[in-house]
Write a protein that binds this ligand. Structure first.
Ligand SMILES: Nc1ncnc2c1ncn2[C@@H]1O[C@H](COP(=O)(O)OP(=O)(O)OP(=O)(O)O)[C@@H](O)[C@H]1O
Ligand SMILES: [Mg+2]
Length: 925
C-alpha cells in the first residue's frame, strides 16, 4: 500500500491494523475475520481447529477459548501526522547502492576470492549484494589476507556478522587443516548462529591438503565421509565438549566453552591448528561476571608464538581504538550505517511521543517534567494516543500500553518483541497479551496446527509449561532463562517462522539475535530492580527492524512517569567505554595470575610482566599502579597458598593452585571446594549416594532460592546414611526447622555466608539426586519450586563440574577420593542406573527412553546397532509421551518423523559400535 499523502512507500503495521480488526492467514493470504466467517457460512471455509475430541490426550490441549477470560485491549490512535523524518529521508534516498553502480558490492568479485558456491549460498539466504561499508571493511582492513587482526563497530542490525563470516569461512575453506572458533555470549545466539552457518556452508568443499605439505593424512580406511565439507559444531551449556578439531572446522561457542577449548588445545598442543577466532559482542569484555574470561582467553591467544587472527565486533563499543591497540594493533573500522529505518517512541500515561533521536527524547522528557511549573514551555505533542482499556487487569497505564501496542502489531500480522524486567513479569505480560488476541478458535487451520506442533514439541522434551500451554495457541510466548535451552530454541524458531507473534523476554534475548521484530516494546527500562545501562538499552531497541526479516522497525519504550527523568537521561547517555575486568576492585586479576603461573606461561616477575603487557588491563591503567597491583596479588596468592616462591622469585603453583585451575574454578570457589573436600576426606559416607552427589553439585549452582518447607520435607525423608552426610557437611535439622517456620538466614559474616552456601548446595544436591533417579527436569523443577532452566543448568553443568572435581583431587594427590568420585561419575553421566550407561550414549536414547529400550531387550549398543530400523520403531513409539488422537494424515506424518528419529538412533548406535571396535583394534595393534 502506498500512502501518498504521508509519503510512506510501504505498509506500516499501523496502517494494516487500521484496515483489519482481526487478520487471519491462509496460505499467505490476509483476510479479515468478517471474510472468514462469511466463508464459513458458505461451507468452503477451512476447518476451525477441532480438537474437542481429545479423549486420552492430556496435553497440549488447545481449547476454543484456552480457558482465559478475553480482555479488551486499548486502541492505539494517531493524533498528529506521525514523525516521518526517518521514513521520508529514506524515501528520498536509494536505500543501498547497487552492484551496477559499484561492482565491489558483489561478493563474487575477484577481490574477495570466494568460491562460487559460497556466494550462491549467501544469495540464497538473502545476501545478494553487500553494503558499501561491508565491502570497504573487508577490503581495506587487510583482514581478508588472514594477516591483520580486526576490530569493527556498526549499529545494531548493521550487518557486522557477514564480515566475520566471510573472513572465517575463507580461511577455513582455503587453508587446509585450519580451524575457526566463533565466540558468542548467549546460548540463543550460539544456536541461531549454528543454524545460519550450516545453511551457508551447504555443499561447499574445502581446498584439499597437498599430499606433500600440511597435516599427516589419516589412513584411507579411516577417512570420514564428511571430511571435505565444512563442519560446524556448537558448544554451550550441556552440549558435548569431547569433539576434537578433527570433528569440526568451525566451533561456535559460548565464552566459557571457548576458554576451555583454548585451554584444552594449549594443553594437548593442538592449538596450532586454530587459525582464526571471532569474538562477537566484544563489549562483553566489560561484563562484570564473565568479561574477564574473554580477556584471559584473548590474552592467551596473543601470548602464543603462532599467530591466531582475532576479529572482534560490537554495536556498543565506544573505544574500539583502544581494543584494537590491545589486540596486537588490529585494524579498526567504525561504520554508522543503518540498513533499516527504525522509528523510536517514548510512551507513558497512554501517550506515545516521537523520539527519533535521543536528543529529542531527552527534550521531550524535560519538557514534560517541567510542564506544570513552566506552562509557557512548548508542550510536546504526542504522536499517538492509547485508549485506556476498561478491563481492570489492564488498569495500569504502562501495562495498558504494552498490551495495546503488542495487540496492534500481532493483529496486523507482524512480530512484536516485548522486553520485561523479570521472569515473572514476562509470564504475566504474556498471559495478558494472550487474553486480548483472537482466541485459539479463531485462528486459521494451518497456523493453529503449527502452534499445536510447537506445543507438542515442547511437551515431549520436558513437559509443558502451564502458561505456555495457554498462550501459545494464540501466538504468544515468553522466553527467559527459566526455560530449558531446547524450549527457548523452539520458541525463537517458531517466532522466526511467524507461528508465534509475540515473545515477551528478559534481556537474555537482547544482544545480537536476529528475529523479525517489527516492533520492540520495552516494559520499563529495568532489569531486575535496576535501570539498564545505555548499551543494553541500545541492544534491546536494536532488535527492531532487521534486514532480511523486516523492512522497517519501531520501538516503544513504555515507562512510568516517575521514571521519566531517569529514562531520558539514560537515552541521552553516551555508551560508556569498555574497560578491563582485571582492573583493581574487579575480581579477574587473581585468577589471571594464578592461571598463567599454573600453566607455566609465566614463572618469574619478568615473564609475569610480559604476560601482563598483553592484557587489556595494561592499556587502561597507570604503570605504577599496575606494578603495585600485580605485586600485591602475587602476595595474596602466596598467602592463600595457591602459589609458592622458590630460588628467589621463581613462582610455581601449589597442588591447590593447580587443582583450582585444572577444575576451572575461581580462586574463591576453589578455596571453598577445598574446604568442603577436606571435610569429605575425613569422613566420606559411602553407604549411600548423597555424599558423592553433594561433591558433584556445582558450587555455582548454589545461588538459587530455597523453598525451606520443601527442603525440610526432603530431609525428613532421608535415611540414616544420608542424614549422616547432612551432619558431615555441616547442616543442622534444627536450623532447617526454624527456616521452614519462616526464619531468615543470616549472611553478614564470612562464616554465615559460607554456611548459607552449604545449605543451598545441599538443596541443589537433592535435585541432582532426583535427576539421577530418572526424574525428568520439569518434575524436579516443580518438586523443588525452581525454574526448570536452572534445573537443566544443574543437570548440564554437573558433568563438567564432576570431571573438574576429579581433576582437583588428582592434582591434590587424593588418590582414594579420585577413585570414589570416578566410580560414581559414570552413574551421574547416565542419569540412569549403571546398566543403562552404555545405551545412554546413543543419540535420543536418554534416561526414560534408555530404560524402555533396555526393558524391551535392547540392552547394549551392539544390540541397537544390529537391529533393523523397523524393529526400533515399536520401542521408540512406546517411549513417546501420549499423543492426541490424530487424523490419518497427521498420524502418517508423525510416524514419518519418528522413523527419522529411529534412523538416527540406528546410525548413532552403529557409529558408537564402530568406534568401540576401532578402540579394541587399536589396543590390539
Ligand atoms: N549485505 C546484506 N544484504 C542483505 N542483508 C544483510 C546484509 N548484511 C546483513 N544482512 C542481514 O541483516 C540482518 C542483521 O545483520 P547482523 O545480524 O549481521 O547485524 P549486526 O550488525 O550483527 O547487529 P547486532 O549488533 O544487533 O548483532 C541479518 O538478517 C543479516 O542477514
Ligand atoms: Mg551481531
Amino acid at each position: 500500500m502506498i500512502n501518498k499523502q504521508s509519503g510512506v512507500y510501504h505498509t506500516t503495521s499501523v496502517d494494516v491494523a487500521k484496515s483489519n480488526r482481526t487478520t487471519l492467514f491462509l496460505a499467505g493470504l490476509k483476510r479479515t475475520y468478517g471474510d472468514f466467517r462469511e466463508k464459513q457460512r458458505q461451507g468452503d471455509a477451512p476447518r476451525l481447529v477441532d480438537i474437542t475430541n481429545t479423549t486420552g490426550f492430556h496435553h497440549p490441549t488447545v481449547h476454543q477459548d484456552n480457558g482465559l477470560a478475553p480482555l479488551e485491549a486499548g486502541k492505539v490512535q494517531d493524533v498528529v501526522d506521525r514523525d516521518l523524518s526517518i521514513y521520508s529521508q529514506r524515501r528520498g534516498l536509494a536505500l543501498t547502492p547497487t552492484i551496477t553502480s559499484n561492482p565491489l558490492l558483489d561478493l563474487s568479485h575477484p577481490a574477495y576470492g570466494l568460491p562460487k558456491q559460497l556466494v550462491d549460498n549467501f544469495a540464497s539466504v538473502g545476501i545478494k549484494s553487500i553494503y558499501p561499508w561491508q565491502s570497504e571493511c573487508l577490503l581495506k582492513s587487510g583482514a581478508l589476507g588472514g594477516e591483520n587482526n580486526l576490530v569493527y563497530t556498526a549499529p545494531t542490525g548493521g550487518g557486522k556478522s557477514l564480515i566475520a563470516d566471510v573472513l572465517m569461512l575463507k580461511k577455513v575453506i582455503d587453508t587446509p587443516g585450519e580451524k575457526a572458533m566463533l565466540v558468542l555470549p548467549y546460548v540463543a545466539l550460539v544456536q541461531e548462529k549454528m543454524r545460519w552457518l550450516r545453511k551457508v556452508v551447504e555443499g561447499i568443499t574445502k581446498t584439499p591438503a597437498s599430499p606433500f605439505l600440511g597435516e599427516r593424512r589419516p589412513s584411507a580406511w579411516r577417512k570420514r565421509g564428511d571430511e571435505d565439507s565444512v563442519r560446524v559444531a556448537g558448544f554451550f551449556g550441556g552440549s558435548k565438549t569431547k569433539a576434537t578439531w578433527d570433528d569440526m572446522d568451525i566451533a561456535v561457542c559460548t565464552i566459557e566453552k571457548a576458554n576451555s577449548l583454548v585451554n584444552a588445545a594449549i594443553g594437548d598442543l593442538s592449538i596450532g591448528r586454530l587459525g582464526v577466532v571471532v569474538i562477537d559482542e566484544l563489549h562483553m569484555i566489560d561484563d562484570e561476571s564473565r568479561g574477564y574470561i574473554l580477556e584471559l582467553m584473548s590474552t592467551k591467544l596473543l601470548s602464543l608464538e603462532q599467530k591466531v587472527q582475532i576479529i572482534g565486533m560490537s554495536a556498543t563499543l565506544n573505544n574500539a581504538e583502544l581494543l584494537a591497540k590491545w589486540l596486537d594493533n588490529a585494524k579498526f573500522y567504525i561504520s554508522r550505517y543503518r540498513p533499516v529505518p527504525v522509528e523510536e517512541h517514548l510512551v507513558f500515561d497512554n501517550a506515545a511521543y516521537p523520539a527519533s533521536s535521543s536528543t529529542i527524547f531527552y527534550k521531550t522528557a524535560t519538557q514534560l517534567n517541567t510542564q506544570s511549573e513552566n506552562a509557557s514551555q512548548l508542550k510536546p505533542e504526542p504522536a499517538r494516543l492509547i485508549t485506556q482499556s476498561l478491563s481492570k487487569e489492564l488498569n495500569n497505564p504502562i501495562i495498558n500500553a504494552v498490551v495495546a501496542l503488542s495487540n496492534e502489531t500481532a493483529r496486523a500480522g507482524y512480530g512484536a518483541l516485548v522486553f520485561c524486567s523479570s521472569r515473572v513479569g514476562c509470564e504475566k505480560d504474556a498471559m495478558l497479551i494472550s487474553q486480548v488476541l483472537p482466541s485459539a478458535g479463531e485462528v486459521d487451520f494451518s497456523t493453529a496446527e503449527k502452534r499445536r506442533d510447537l506445543l507438542s514439541d515442547l511437551s515431549t522434551t520436558t513437559g509443558l509449561d502451564p502458561i505456555l500451554e495457554k498462550t501459545i495457541p494464540v501466538g504468544v510466548a515468553f522466553h527467559h532463562a527459566g526455560l530449558t535451552t531446547e524450549e527457548r530454541d523452539a520458541i525463537a524458531t517458531a517466532y522466526d517462522q511467524g507461528v508465534i507473534k509475540v515473545i515477551v523476554a528478559t534481556c537474555s534475548l537482547a544482544a545480537g539475535i536476529n528475529l523479525p521484530a517489527r516492533r520492540v516494546i520495552l516494559h520499563g527500562a529495568r532489569m531486575g530492580a535496576d535501570l539498564v545501562g545505555p548499551s543494553m538499552l541500545r541492544q534491546m531497541r536494536g532488535r527492531a527492524g532487521r534486514k532480511g526479516k523486516d523492512e522497517i522497525g519501531e520501538t516503544y519504550l513504555c515507562c512510568q512517569k516517575s521514571d521519566l527523568e531517569a529514562v531520558a537521561e539514560l537515552m541521552e547517555a553516551d555508551i560508556p567505554n569498555v574497560e578491563s575486568c582485571l582492573l583493581p576492585g574487579k575480581r579477574g586479576i587473581k585468577r589471571a595470575l594464578l592461571e598463567v603461573i599454573a600453566t607455566k606461561l609465566a614463572m618469574s616477575n619478568d615473564s609475569i610482566d610480559d604476560y601482563i603487557r598483553k592484557t587489556l588491563l595494561f592499556h587502561s591503567i597507570d604503570r605504577n599502579e599496575l606494578a603495585e597491583m600485580v605485586l600485591s596479588t602475587v602476595q595474596e596468592l602466596k598467602e592463600t597458598r595457591l602459589i609458592e616462591e622458590s630460588n628467589g622469585s621463581e613462582y610455581s603453583a601449589t597442588s591447590l593452585g593447580q587443582a583450582i585451575v585444572a577444575s576451572s574454578l575461581t580462586p574463591e570457589d576453589g578455596l571453598f571446594v577445598h574446604r568442603e573436600l577436606r571435610k569429605a576426606m575425613q569422613a566420606f559416607v559411602m553407604d549411600g549416594e548423597m555424599h558423592v552427589l553433594y561433591s558433584f553439585t556445582p558450587v555455582q549452582a548454589a545461588h538459587g532460592n530455597i523453598n525451606w518447607q520443601i527442603f525440610r520435607k526432603e530431609v525428613d525423608r532421608l535415611d540414616e546414611s544420608n542424614l549422616r552426610v547432612l551432619e558431615f557437611v555441616g547442616l543442622k535439622p534444627l536450623v532447617l526447622n526454624k527456616m521452614a517456620q519462616g526464619g531468615s538466614m543470616k549472611e553478614s559474616t564470612v562464616q554465615e555466608v559460607e554456611i548459607a552456601r552449604i545449605y543451598r548446595r545441599f538443596y541443589a544436591a537433592l535435585q541432582l539426586r532426583d535427576l539421577c533417579n530418572e526424574m525428568p527436569v520439569h518434575a524436579v523443577a516443580r518438586k523443588y519450586d525452581i525454574p526448570r532452566g536452572m534445573v537443566q543448568n544443574l543437570a548440564q553443568t554437573c558433568h563438567g563440574f564432576a570431571a573438574g572435581m576429579i581433576k582437583f583431587c588428582e592434582r591434590m594427590n587424593w588418590g582414594a577420593l579420585v577413585a570414589v568420585l570416578d566410580h560414581f561419575s559414570d552413574r551421574l553421566r547416565a542419569g540412569a542406573k549403571s546398566d543403562l550407561l552404555a545405551l545412554a550414549k546413543i543419540t535420543y536414547i536418554k534416561s526414560r527412553t534408555a530404560r524402555i529400550f533396555w526393558e524391551n531387550g535392547f540392552k547394549s549398543v551392539a544390540a541397537v546397532a544390529a537391529a533393523d530400523v523397523k524393529d526400533i520403531m515399536p520401542v521408540l513409539l512406546l517411549a513417546q509421551p501420549k499423543k492426541p488422537r490424530l487424523s490419518p494424515q497427521d498420524e502418517a506424518e508423525y510416524l514419518n518423523k519418528l522413523r527419522g528419529k529411529a534412523d538416527i538412533i540406528s546410525k548413532s548406535a552403529n557409529h558408537l559400535w564402530e568406534k568401540e571396535m576401532q578402540a579394541q583394534l587399536d589396543e590390539e595393534e
